[in-house]
Design a binder for this molecule. Structure first.
Ligand code: SF4
Length: 554
């Protein structure tokens, strides 16, 4: 537990030694940051911007995380039970691909066991490091008596693997307990943190999410403002990406930043055989369980109906007592900037994200790639890098007429390489995960399709593995443009100096380094034209170097 001086805020987390609090106020860091962000990434400046970019990227690495959130509110006629905890648990399972470092569930457990229609009870945390299946036990879930739940899965950069940073964060403010779960990355978190620390605020974590809690606690709206007003006030001061949920002992609030970088879905679970209502109103019988989740795959796994996407800049408030849902748009409008990387790699292939099927996007990326970067003289097979390259490989195969085969087998018992925390583990992990099907590929000319190249080390190992297994030719095709910059909005891409396409902008050079016979990418303008993105509703920052909002240093 810690007390935040000057903020009327107490944070309750598991004990442990967190990373040192980031220091503030070095004026020279600001100039370093701006020198990189003002200059767009282009081949002309690549050779001169290294040190500035490196410093800034290292500076912001501490706040990067890619996460999944879920919020559950049971209908008012339902007595407290283990159902909200179990629903949150399964939803987090569905969102596990968004973060594998830690997981948490906060439960609103009312006083007594009767149906609760007013504010009462407490918020209780269960959380820890590891996968969802490792953090929560059946005994913990069975013992819960809750009417609402808030869940989070987390990924962070190396060096921050600490239970203190595992969300949701639960705090005690003047008007009661508040729990928060956040997906995204704030671009002015460091500046706000320094401002708050100058006022005496003590931070307990290295997460930018904690900045929001302190801003809520110190809201200029005064001591008697409700949670929604305080949250609106706090979020009006932050910039960048946030798709977040806040739980109190009366309501669940779901909010998305005005640019809508990260997805957030609203769903409901309606009982097929309604239980008798406690009161005899029609509302009680038909009141659904409301669910908010990062992706529709979580709603699908729960058997819930997808109601709609929570809009960029929208705040949805779900009141447990009435079962009512209210929608607000409290922030100034901004140009929408949905992260296209959610479609390329990050989201589950079964999800609908930003109103589009992720599977169909990836399939179409593959078709476009086959037309833009065909293999001269043809090939025997198109094979995917499993699993995220499968849909694009099917698209490539369909458009090229080259047969699709699963020439690489993937073990499903090892985590995804991109979200493993260290380079050493990533390097070891790829050989554990992927095995060539020698009997299929021996003596064959292969087109290998992957969703993206980040560092290139995985691609290099795959090409080597296929050659060792007897492949005659390996032509690598990548279903997205070259990644030349880091992400500042919540996807943990590495420092740009580690990115293959930054280090080797010449495709021939990159191809030689990987060891393939040829290398081809999906062009950025093909991607934009497929999306029909004439208004610029998507973010392509890591491909183009043109970022929708520039990080602000302290
Ligand atoms: Fe997505 Fe790249 Fe933009 Fe980050 S910079 S939000 S990963 S498109």
């Amino acid at each position: 537990m810690f007390v935040s001086a000057g903020s009327r805020l107490a944070v309750f987390t598991a004990a442990g030694s967190g990373p040192p609090v980031r220091s503030c106020g070095r004026r020279e860091r600001r100039s370093v940051a701006l020198s990189w962000f003002v200059a767009p990434c282009s081949p002309a400046i690549r050779s001169t911007g290294g040190r500035a970019g490196q410093a800034t990227e290292r500076l912001f690495m501490g706040f990067h995380e890619e996460c999944g959130v879920v919020g559950i509110v049971a209908p008012r006629h339902k007595p407290p039970s283990d159902v909200p905890a179990r629903l949150a648990y399964f939803a987090l399972h569905a969102l596990q691909h968004r973060g594998q470092e830690g997981a948490g569930i906060v439960l609103w457990e009312p006083d007594g066991s009767e149906t609760i229609t007013g504010d009462s009870g407490r918020l209780r945390e269960i959380k820890g490091l590891g996968l969802v299946s490792e953090v929560f036990s059946d005994a913990q879930l069975s013992a819960s008596r809750a009417v609402a739940a808030l869940g989070h899965v987390r990924y962070s950069t190396a060096g921050e693997k600490n239970v203190r940073n595992v969300q949701p964060f639960t705090v005690k403010m003047r008007d009661g307990q508040v729990a928060i779960a956040h997906n995204g990355n704030l671009t002015n978190a460091n500046a706000l943190k320094c401002e708050l620390e100058a006022r005496g605020t003590i931070f307990n974590t290295s997460s930018d999410t904690e900045v929001i809690l302190h801003l809520m606690a110190q809201s200029l709206q005064g001591g008697y403002a409700d949670t929604r007003t305080r949250l609106t006030d706090a979020l009006s001061r932050v910039d960048g990406a946030f798709s977040l949920c806040v739980l109190t002992t009366s309501q669940l609030i779901a909010v998305r930043d005005p640019r809508g970088f990260r997805p957030l879905m609203l769903g409901r679970l309606v009982e097929r055989s309604p239980m008798p209502a406690v009161s005899h109103t029609r509302t009680d019988n038909t009141s659904p369980t409301w669910i908010v989740a990062s992706e529709s795959c979580a709603l699908d796994l729960l058997g819930a109906e997808t109601v709609r996407e929570i809009e960029p800049g929208e705040m949805v408030v779900i009141e447990r007592a009435s079962g009512d849902l209210h929608s607000y748009f409290p922030f100034p409008r901004q140009q929408r900037r949905a992260c296209i990387f959610e479609h390329i790699y990050f989201s589950q292939v079964t999800s609908n994200v930003f109103g589009r099927s992720v599977y169909m996007s990836r399939f179409r990326f593959g078709e476009l790639l086959a037309k833009a970067a065909p293999v001269e003289g043809g090939a025997d097979y198109v094979i995917p890098v499993p699993d995220s390259g499968i849909a694009a490989a099917l698209g490539f195969s369909t458009a090229s007429g080259i047969p699709f085969q699963m020439g690489i087998s993937r073990s499903h018992y090892v985590g995804r390489t991109f979200i493993q925390p260290t380079q050493e583990i990533r390097d070891a992990g790829v050989m554990l995960k992927l095995t060539a099907v020698r009997s299929l590929i021996e003596g064959k000319r292969l087109v290998v399709v992957d969703d993206s190249i980040v560092r290139g080390t995985t691609s290099r190992k795959i090409v080597h593995m296929l050659r060792e297994a007897g492949a005659r030719e390996v032509h690598l095709r990548i279903a997205c443009p070259p990644i030349i910059g880091s992400c500042y909005y919540g996807v943990d891409t590495p420092n740009r100096e580690e990115l293959l396409s930054w280090r080797m902008p010449d495709t021939k050079q990159a191809c030689d380094w990987i060891g393939a016979n040829s290398l081809g990418f999906l062009a950025l303008d093909s991607l934009q034209s497929f999306l029909g993105d004439e208004r610029g509703d998507f973010c392509y920052g890591c491909f183009s170097g043109h970022y929708p909002v520039l990080p602000v240093d302290a």
